[in-house]
Design a protein around this ligand. Structure first.
Ligand code: NAD
Ligand code: UGA
Length: 432
């Protein structure tokens, strides 16, 4: 049983804290957002993540997981301190490190015994050294510490499963003893543990996200070529994926990647490269293709509708992906904004993200379910591939619409079946 402190109770911090406590450690999770901490004490989760509420509740009840806003309390008995605060997009695509800086300063201010400070936030290469400098300069009197980079690879929507069953644990540090102690913490996860220097670990995280984003943009480009040539990208991806060197993952064509990570991380990596005089052409192509995919969906809508003024367009799914309520960089926002600016009424439904969607899209009319969503609509655009959308009563959907146009930005449905139901249907790269 180790004493672990996690700073930041967002998607990564809360999952990290809950999982480490479930592995039998004593965890204190800290956030500066008082409302989040008060709610967590009452069992109210700040985010929608399958299985998280139960995991938190179990470990709080067992006394292994505690929430606080006090750095004094959080650091008093800590051996390991995970920094898991946000690193959003800043100016010119550079990662904004203000929250990491604040967290490092706050830890340094109160630490009175040796600590291992672990960067779990996704941070630009070199941040580990920078954090070490901040801690050293801020400490009221010198206390020993080590900085270890431990990037997180979990996905929203399957965060607990991903955390508990990682493909690998990457640890970067100049202090091998500290890295070894952090490795011990991760042994119960039974994944390969790779220890490297700080900068390499930080780079592994960016390179991994950029590679996954590249696969998505690659298949989106192939999808657009498929449309011109009459091939079906879903089958193309399946055929490619059987090649073990390629694999099936992250080859789903659609409206482009969104979320709190791929968009900002690809940009931040490109920014880092440019600052050092490099020309990251591939990364720029990845971003351009991704931005185009949003427009591609809108162009399809224009093909089927003569003008948007006065139309009602239904958005089926609003979150950036299924099984999350996260609206950060969700394609629905770009598409909704465009429709609103062009005089359409924008109506939306999402099983989890309605509250955040209304904040991100003030013009949004909301619906209680997919059937209410499409009532009198001139078109429906599928934007999030939630399971519960897969078996909708398509006759009911079609009959409720004023004009049965469907643009399927996630290739959720079979084009032939949708046409048989009487829809004017268009997927992404489906040979039409
Ligand atoms: P988030 O926005 O959901 O949560 C961040 C939390 O940190 C917030 O609750 C905020 O109040 C808190 N915070 C900010 N400054 C603080 C401070 N000084 N002290 C204490 N708490 C503070 O962020 P997230 O999505 O969990 O991402 C965190 C980091 O992990 C980012 O760097 C992100 O790139 C990376 N990451 C995210 C995911 C993901 O799926 N979301 C996966 C892997 C890595
Ligand atoms: C992604 C990575 O998968 C995680 O490994 C990483 O830890 C995380 O970013 C991060 O650094 O924050 P996440 O953004 O939660 O996780 O979700 P993904 O499942 O990767 O999806 C990202 C976006 O790509 C979504 O908009 C999704 O719909 C889209 N996507 C994904 C596609 O368009 N096609 C695909 O084949 C796969």
């Amino acid at each position: 049983m180790k004493n672990i402190t996690v700073i930041g109770v967002g998607y990564v911090g809360l999952v990290t804290g809950a999982c480490f406590s479930d592995l039998g450690n004593r965890v204190i999770a800290l956030d500066i957002n008082e409302e989040r901490i008060q709610n967590l004490a009452k069992g109210i989760m700040p985010i929608y993540e399958p299985g998280l509420a139960e995991l938190v509740e179990r470990n709080v009840r067992a006394g292994r997981l505690v929430f606080t806003t006090s750095y004094d309390e959080a650091i008093k008995d800590a051996e390991f301190v995970f920094i898991a605060v946000g690193t959003p997009e800043g100016v010119d695509g550079e990662a904004d490190l203000q929250y990491v800086r604040m967290a490092a300063e706050s830890v340094a201010n109160v630490m009175d015994h040796p600590l291992i400070i672990i960067n779990k936030s996704t941070v630009p290469v070199g941040t580990g050294d920078w954090v070490a400098d901040i801690v050293r300069e801020t400490q009221p009197s010198p206390v020993e510490f080590a900085v270890v980079s431990c990037p997180e690879f979990l996905r929203e929507g399957s965060a607990i499963r991903d955390f508990m069953n990682p493909d690998r644990t990457v640890l970067g540090s100049e202090d091998t003893t500290a890295a070894e102690r952090v490795a011990q913490l991760h042994l119960p996860l039974r994944a390969p543990i790779m220890v490297t220097d700080l900068r390499t670990a930080e780079m592994i995280k960016y390179a991994s996200n950029a590679f996954l984003a590249t696969r998505i943009s690659f298949i989106n480009e192939i999808a657009n070529i498929c449309e011109a040539l009459g091939a079906d990208v879903k089958e193309v991806a399946r055929g490619m994926g059987y090649d073990k060197r390629i694999g099936h993952h992250f080859l789903e064509a659609g409206v482009g990647y969104g979320g709190s990570c791929f968009p900002k991380d690809v940009k931040a990596l490109a920014h880092m490269a440019q600052v050092h005089g490099k020309h990251p052409q591939l990364l720029h192509a990845v971003m351009d293709i991704n931005a185009y995919q949003r427009r591609h969906v809108l162009l399809k809508l224009h093909e089927h509708l003569d003008g948007l003024e006065g139309r009602t367009i239904a958005l089926l799914g609003l979150a950036f992906k299924q099984d999350t309520d996260d609206m950060r960089e969700a394609p629905s926002i770009t598409i909704g904004d465009y429709l609103d600016e062009h005089g359409a009424t924008v109506r939306g439904y999402d099983p989890a993200a309605m509250e955040w969607a209304k904040r991100a899209m003030p013009y949004l009319e909301t619906a209680a379910d997919p059937y209410e969503l499409v009532k009198g609509a001139d078109a429906v655009i599928v934007l999030t591939p939630w399971n519960e959308f897969k078996n909708l009563d398509m006759d009911r959907i079609k009959n409720a619409m004023r004009v049965p146009v469907m643009v399927d930005g996630r290739n959720l449905y079979d084009p032939a079946q949708m046409k048989a139901h009487g829809f004017t249907y268009s997927g992404i790269g489906r040979g039409d």
